[in-house]
Design a protein around this ligand. Structure first.
Ligand code: A5P
Length: 233
């Protein structure tokens, strides 16, 4: 946004610069959604100001638009085949690289893109690193539009401690790129997250959830002073 300074700019730049170092010409990469990923797109453009020697599979319509603007070859996931690398942001993460994603509502496509990639790198800011994910964020759960209130009731019936449907500015339920509704669910403060994730997925009407528990290979975390922390170190 013109005239508005992003207080996290240096942090996102540091993570994006490190991500670009891990990209090699000729790669087919998956790109998720959100401000950190869009910063990676800027860094790619700076690295290759002319023709970009990469093929990109975007996980959201916004990322697709930005990738096209940057002159990149944009592919559909099924045309692309296996991806060399996926790069995406996170809302929260822990030292074991367990993530909450979906703050922007793109979690389903993001998970499909990550699942197709040989390697998944997270780009985020250091203040998103927490002892236990769910401390500050709810986990977005994508549910089918048909009967979403019944699905919400099933989730609240012993699966999650609290949950609310996500709404757009006009007060109507937010609709994802895949035409679904998002229900933001609180995580239990203790207990096994893998079991919790299995329980979420088993609820009729749930399509996918924003817990990415055993998917990330590396996290590149930028700090406000522009320095970088990596997990693993
Ligand atoms: C989008 O649906 C999310 O999964 C994002 O990756 C996450 O919300 C992080 O976004 P920012 O990079 O904008 O913080």
């Amino acid at each position: 946004m013109r005239g508005v300074t992003d207080p996290k700019d240096a942090a996102r730049r540091a993570a994006a610069a490190a991500a670009v170092e891990r990209i090699e010409p000729g790669m087919t990469i998956g790109l998720g959604s959100g401000r950190s990923v869009w910063k990676v797109l800027e860094a790619i453009r700076e690295r290759w100001p002319g023709e970009v020697p990469l093929r990109v599979v975007p996980a959201s319509s916004q990322t697709e638009e930005l990738a096209r603007d940057a002159g990149m070859e944009v592919l559909d996931l099924d045309e692309a085949g296996p991806l060399h690398l996926a790069i995406d942001g996170a809302d929260e993460l822990d030292q074991r690289l367990r993530l909450i994603k979906g703050g922007g509502g793109a979690l389903l496509r993001e998970k499909l893109v990550v699942a197709a990639a040989k390697r998944f790198i997270v780009v985020a800011e250091t203040d998103k690193l927490v002892d236990r994910i769910g401390e500050h964020w709810r986990v977005p759960v994508e549910v089918v539009r048909f009967g979403w209130r019944s699905t919400l009731a099933r989730l609240l019936d012993g699966v999650v401690p609290a949950a609310d449907v996500r709404c757009s500015d006009d007060g109507a339920p937010f609709i994802t790129d895949e035409g679904h509704v998002i229900v933001d669910c609180a995580l239990p403060r203790a207990g096994d997250l893998d079991e919790f994730a299995v329980g979420l997925k088993a609820v009729i009407g749930v399509v996918e959830h924003g817990l990415f528990l055993d998917m990330a290979d590396e996290a590149l975390l930028g700090a406000l002073d522009g320095t970088l922390e990596t997990i693993p170190t």
